[in-house]
Ligand binder design. Structure first.
Ligand code: HEC
Ligand code: HEC
Ligand code: HEC
Ligand code: HEC
Ligand code: HEC
Length: 215
C-alpha cells in the first residue's frame, strides 16, 4: 500500500503533543500563582507552640471572643491573650496535660508564649478593629467561622481589592451589636432596611480614598 504521508510527518503529532504539554504546564503555573493560597495567603495556618483549639473553647465550651481578645472593641489590635488568661482556668483544668506543657513553661518562666501570627497586613496599610466593630462588622466576615477551627486558618485574602469590595457595599456585613462575635450568623430578611438605618444613624463612611488606608 502506498504511503499517504511522508515518513517525517510522524514527528508532527509528537511535536504538537509536546507543545500542548508545555502550554498546559505554563497555564497551570499562572493559575497556581494568581489563585493559590500562596499568592493570597488564604489557607495559611501555622503550627502553634500549644495546640490551642478555638473549636473546643468557643464551639464546645461557649467562650466569647472578647474574653481573650480584649483589645478588639477598644483599639486597633484585637490582641492575643497573655498566658495569665489561660491560667485562669488551666491552673485547675488539666494542669498536667502534655498538650499544655509549653503553656506551663511560659507561666513558670514568665516568658511570653510566642504565638505565631496568622493574619498580617503590610505596615503601609492601616487597619483598626475598633472602628469595624463599632460599625457592626462581625469577626466572621473577615476571619471565617473561627468557632469551628481547631487551627486558625486565614479565610479571606486581606488584599486591597477585598477591603474595597466591602467598603463600597458594606450592607450585607452590618450586624446588630449583640451579634458581632456570633458565628454562623445569617442576615434576616429585613437586612437592607436595617443596614440603611445603621449607616445613617452611625454616619458610616468606609474610606475608598487612598489616604483612608495608607496614612
Ligand atoms: C480562650 C481564649 C480565646 C478565645 C475565647 C478566642 N480566642 Fe482567638 N486566639 C486565642 C489564642 C491563644 C490565639 C493565638 C493562637 C492561634 O492562632 O490559635 C488566637 C488567635 C486568633 C486569631 C488569629 C490571630 C492572628 O495571629 O492572626 C483570630 C482571627 C482569632 N483568634 C479569632 C477569634 C474569634 C473570632 C473568637 C470568637 C469566636 C476567638 N478568637 C476566641 C485565644 C482565644
Ligand atoms: C474558661 C476556662 C478556660 C480558659 C480561659 C482556657 N481554657 Fe483551655 N480548656 C478549658 C477546658 C474546660 C478544656 C477541656 C478539658 C477537658 O478536655 O476535660 C480545655 C482544654 C484545653 C486544651 C486541651 C488539653 C488536653 O489535654 O486535651 C488546651 C491545649 C488548652 N485548653 C489550651 C488553652 C490555652 C492556650 C488557653 C489560653 C489562650 C486556654 N486553654 C484557656 C478551659 C479553658
Ligand atoms: C473588617 C475585618 C475584620 C474584622 C471585622 C475583624 N478582624 Fe481581626 N483582623 C483583621 C485584619 C485585616 C487583621 C490583620 C491586621 C494587621 O496585620 O494589622 C486582623 C488581625 C486579628 C488578630 C491578630 C492581630 C491583632 O490584631 O491582635 C486577632 C487576634 C483578630 N484579628 C481577632 C478578631 C476578633 C476576635 C474579631 C471580632 C471580635 C475580629 N478580629 C474582627 C480583620 C478583621
Ligand atoms: C466586611 C466589611 C469590611 C471589610 C472587609 C473591611 N472594612 Fe474597613 N470599614 C468597614 C466599615 C463598615 C467601615 C466604616 C466605619 C465608620 O465609618 O465608622 C470601615 C472603616 C474603615 C476605616 C476607617 C476607620 C478609621 O479608623 O478611620 C479604615 C482605615 C478601614 N476600614 C480599613 C480597612 C482595611 C485596610 C481593610 C482590609 C484589610 C478593611 N477595612 C476591610 C467595613 C469593612
Ligand atoms: C480600604 C483600604 C484601602 C484603600 C482605600 C486603598 N488601599 Fe491600597 N492597599 C490596602 C491594603 C490592605 C494593601 C495590602 C494588600 C496586600 O497585602 O495584599 C494595599 C496595597 C497597596 C499597594 C501595594 C501594591 C499592592 O497592590 O499590593 C499600593 C501601591 C496601593 N495599595 C495603592 C493604593 C492607592 C493608590 C489607593 C487609592 C486609589 C489605595 N491604595 C487605596 C488597602 C487600601
Amino acid at each position: 500500500m502506498a504511503q499517504l504521508f511522508p515518513k517525517r510527518a510522524n514527528a508532527v503529532p509528537r511535536l504538537l503533543l509536546t507543545g500542548l504539554g508545555l502550554f498546559l504546564v505554563a497555564l497551570v503555573a499562572v493559575i497556581w500563582y494568581y489563585f493559590s493560597p500562596w499568592y493570597t495567603d488564604v489557607g495559611y495556618a501555622p503550627v502553634q507552640p500549644v495546640p490551642y483549639s478555638h473549636k473546643q473553647h468557643v464551639g464546645d465550651i461557649g467562650m466569647d471572643c472578647r474574653y481573650c481578645h480584649t483589645g478588639v472593641e477598644k483599639s486597633a489590635t484585637a490582641m492575643v491573650p497573655p498566658t495569665q488568661t489561660c491560667m485562669n482556668c488551666h491552673t485547675l483544668v488539666k494542669p498536667s496535660s502534655k498538650k499544655l506543657a509549653a503553656l506551663k513553661q511560659s507561666w513558670d518562666t514568665r516568658m511570653p508564649m510566642g504565638w505565631v501570627r496568622v493574619h498580617k497586613l503590610p505596615d503601609y496599610a492601616y487597619f483598626d478593629h475598633s472602628a469595624h466593630l463599632r460599625a457592626g462588622v462581625g469577626c466572621e466576615s473577615c476571619h471565617g467561622t473561627v468557632s469551628e477551627m481547631d487551627v486558625v486558618t486565614q479565610r479571606q485574602p486581606l488584599s486591597m481589592g477585598w477591603c474595597l469590595e466591602c467598603h463600597r457595599n458594606p450592607e450585607a456585613h452590618l450586624r446588630p451589636q449583640s451579634a458581632i462575635t456570633a458565628m454562623r450568623w445569617k442576615a434576616p430578611p429585613e437586612q437592607a432596611a436595617f443596614a440603611a438605618r445603621v449607616i445613617k444613624e452611625l454616619n458610616l463612611r468606609p474610606p475608598t480614598n487612598c489616604s483612608g488606608c495608607h496614612r
